[in-house]
Design a protein around this ligand. Structure first.
Ligand code: DP6
Length: 319
């Protein structure tokens, strides 16, 4: 059999940064995200008794497959299946957006592989499975807004959909630099946990912020949603900066955009900045303000992308 699934990437409003258990990928805090419409991964999986090893082709290029194989092992164990698989993935992320993320990759792989192996997992079970590939993938199983509950163990750490908000949320992505990451986020995350004296403060504050975010979204309080979004990102990057050795993803242009967002707000434009494991800035705003946000970034006109809420992970084809 051959199964193809599509998963969209997500951007965290309340960030995930730090693992309590690296093998199970259990996070220190809950996180809240928005799945985006324009950026997604299509993955095809075919378990086949004729294969002598797993194979993985990404955007047409054969890749070494240790991480994909380790993930398929989880699926094989659950399905009691003893076959290798052919995995083919295509990333539909505008070239150089710097958004090609492990979130859409492992969400698509979780659905395609589990279905092809004959499993019929609930969204909750799929979220737990995707989490084992990459933490943020647990949230990409769902469309729109999702919360990943930190949980206590493998069974209780999963994401679920949040009620649809009345806010017409949009993300304006500013591509500051599309080059490869200088440091892998997984490694840096572990180093922040191990060496940043600010990490415990981050954990305490961010868990509380996740709860507040759920309320702010439910009451459609965009100012509070924006403040919490910007603070979660700023505090995550502060904890990273305070690691040993000190490190930051900020580049000069990152800071330039960050300042521009503050100026937008001073002018009454609803806009809040958030950053992930890279120098690009995502500006959270509302649909009616998108043009004003874009106009306030004259130097970045050719490096802007606008995304809205995207759909849940789904099966595209089974043959
Ligand atoms: C900064 O989910 O990529 O984007 O679990 O090690 O695969 P692993 O990490 P990953 O980390 C995402 C970190 C972040 C914040 C977020 O998406 O919540």
């Amino acid at each position: 059999m051959t199964t193809t699934a599509r998963a969209h990437t997500n951007i965290a409003l309340i960030k995930y940064w730090g693992k309590r258990n690296a093998n199970l990928i259990l996070p220190y805090t809950s996180s809240v995200s928005l799945t985006l419409d324009d950026f997604y991964t299509d993955t095809t999986v075919a378990f086949d008794s004729d294969l002598t090893a797993d194979t993985f082709v990404l955007d047409g290029n054969p890749q070494p497959a240790p991480k994909v194989s380790a993930f398929l092992d989880l699926v094989r164990a659950q399905a009691k299946l003893n076959q290798f698989a052919r995995v083919t993935s295509v990333n539909h992320v505008p070239t150089a957006a710097g958004l090609a993320s492990s979130a859409s990759a492992y969400a698509a792989l979780a659905l395609a592989a589990s279905r092809d192996a004959g499993l019929s997992l609930s969204s909750l079970e799929l979220s737990r499975l995707a989490r084992r590939g990459s933490g943020s993938a647990s949230r990409s199983i769902f469309g729109g807004l999702a919360i990943w509950h930190r949980g206590e163990d493998d069974l209780t750490s999963f994401a679920e959909a949040l009620p649809e908000t009345r806010l017409p949320l949009r993300m304006v992505v500013v591509m500051v630099d599309a080059g490869p990451k200088p440091v892998s986020s997984r490694q840096l995350m572990a180093n922040t946990v191990a060496t940043s004296p600010y990490f415990s403060a981050w954990v305490e504050n961010n868990e509380q912020a996740a709860g507040e975010m759920v309320n702010a979204l439910a009451t459609a309080d965009f100012t509070r949603v924006g403040e919490l979004t910007e603070q979660s990102s700023a505090r995550m990057h502060a904890a990273i900066f305070a690691s040993a050795p000190a490190f930051t993803y900020f580049q000069p242009a990152t800071l330039q955009v960050w300042h521009a967002v503050q100026t937008m707000r001073a002018q009454g434009i609803p806009a809040y900045a958030t950053m992930d494991a890279g120098p690009n800035v995502k500006i959270l705003t509302l649909a009616p303000a998108v043009e004003a946000v874009k106009a306030a970034l004259p130097e970045f006109q050719d490096r802007l992308l606008v995304a809205g809420p995207g759909p849940a992970t789904k099966v595209l084809e089974e043959a």
